[in-house]
Design a protein around this ligand. Structure first.
Ligand code: F6R
Length: 239
C-alpha cells in the first residue's frame, strides 16, 4: 500500500485525475471502476478539463460503478447513475453504451451474478477509484464479521445514512444498496483510494495502520499489490 499525503483535495483531484488520464491514453479501451460521493468530484473535474482541452478521449472506455441504491429509480436525481452523468459522463465523451451499473431495483441474486459476469467478460477492472466511509467502508461494504466476496445487497448502517441523508434533503434516503463485494474490488489491477477531510482521519488510520480486518473493510487494501492511498492533511492527521 503506497500512501501519499497532499495539502488539499484539489491537489489530490489533479494527481488522481492524471492517473486516470494516463491510464486511458496508454490503453484507450481501459476498464475503469468508478465511485460516487464527494471524494472523486475533483478527479472528475480534472478528467473533464483534460477532455475539453483535447488531451484525452474516453470514448472507448468501459466503466463499472461500485454501487447503486435499491428502491430508487435510475432516473432519480439522487441515484448514483444520475451523479455520474452530472459529474463525468455528460462532461466527457464516455459512451453511455459502455457504462455499467448495478440495477438496485432488480432481483438480487440474478442481478449480482449478472454484474460479476459483466466485469469478468470485460476483462476485469484495470483501474478502480475508491472513497472511504467514516466507518471504513469501501463501496457499500460496511464493517462486518467477514470480508464479502461478490456483488450483493447490503443494509446500510446508521453511520452511512447519517453521512448520505444530506443529499436527499427531507426525503428519507434508501436503506438498502447493492455493491461490488470486497473480493470484486480486490480483483482490480490497480486501486486508487481518496480520503479527504478530518471526518475520515480515524478510518484512514485504521485502514493504513490497523490490522487487516473486516471491522475496517478498507484495511483489506493492505493486501493489494498495487493500491495507492491519497490523503489530504486533515485525513492524515492521526498518522
Ligand atoms: C460511493 C461509495 C462510497 C463512498 C464513501 C465516501 O460510490 O461507494 O464508499 O466512496 O462513502 O463518500 P464521500 O466521498 O462522499 O465521503
Amino acid at each position: 500500500m503506497k500512501v501519499i499525503v497532499l495539502d488539499t483535495a484539489a491537489q489530490i483531484g489533479e494527481e488522481v485525475g492524471k492517473i486516470f488520464v494516463d491510464q486511458v491514453n496508454a490503453k484507450p479501451d481501459s476498464v475503469l471502476g468508478l465511485a460516487t460521493g464527494m471524494s472523486p468530484v475533483p478527479t472528475y473535474d480534472y478528467m473533464a478539463k483534460e477532455y475539453a482541452a483535447g488531451n484525452v478521449s474516453f470514448k472507448n472506455v468501459t466503466t463499472f460503478n461500485l454501487d447503486e441504491y435499491c428502491d430508487l429509480p435510475k432516473s432519480d436525481k439522487n441515484s448514483f447513475y444520475s451523479f455520474m452523468v452530472d459529474n463525468l459522463f455528460s462532461r466527457t465523451d464516455v459512451d453511455l453504451n459502455k457504462v455499467n451499473f448495478i440495477d438496485g431495483n432488480a432481483e438480487e441474486k440474478a442481478e449480482c451474478e449478472r454484474y460479476e459476469k459483466a466485469i469478468e467478460n470485460a476483462g476485469g477492472i484495470d483501474l478502480q477509484l475508491l472513497g472511504i466511509g467514516t466507518n471504513g467502508h469501501i463501496g457499500f461494504n460496511e464493517p462486518a464479521d467477514e470480508f464479502t466476496q461478490h456483488t450483493y445487497k447490503v443494509k446500510l448502517t446508521d453511520s452511512t445514512i447519517a453521512s448520505n441523508q444530506k443529499f436527499f434533503g427531507d426525503v428519507p434516503m434508501p436503506r438498502y444498496a447493492m455493491t461490488m463485494g470486497i473480493g470484486s474490488i480486490m480483483k482490480a489491477k490497480k486501486i486508487v483510494l481518496i480520503a479527504t477531510g478530518e471526518s475520515k482521519a480515524k478510518a484512514a488510520y485504521a485502514m493504513i495502520k490497523g490490522e487487516v480486518s473486516p471491522s475496517c473493510p478498507a484495511s483489506v487494501l493492505q493486501n493489494h499489490e498495487d493500491a495507492v492511498i491519497f490523503l489530504d492533511k486533515e485525513a492524515a492527521k492521526l498518522l
